[in-house]
Design a protein. Structure first.
Length: 95
């Protein structure tokens, strides 16, 4: 992918993370999280060591970019979850 395409995908990362945070938080807390402060709410830990492997943490910037590079048509968190459930892509894994 060239720089223009990556730049377009990077703009979608925060929107997808915001959709995820809104699905996790109760309704009264959802209004407090916006695109401007999403980086404060998302955990800083980018990787998790589990089962003898180092994996990307769920919904970090790297995690979302990895999915967007595989499926650039993803626009929302719901679409990302649809791909996660129905396709064998980066973080789904086959052990």
């Amino acid at each position: 992918m060239n720089a223009k395409q990556i730049k377009k995908l990077r703009r979608r990362v925060k929107v997808i993370q915001l959709g995820w945070m809104h699905s996790v938080l109760p309704p009264e807390e959802q209004d407090k999280v916006t695109l401007d402060n999403i980086h404060e709410v998302i955990p800083d830990q980018t990787h998790v060591y589990a089962n003898g492997r180092l994996n990307l943490s769920f919904m970090t910037e790297k995690f979302v970019m990895k999915w967007l590079k595989q499926c650039p048509e993803i626009e929302t968190y719901e679409e990302l979850m649809h791909y996660a459930q129905h396709k064998n892509l980066p973080s789904k894994g086959t052990d």
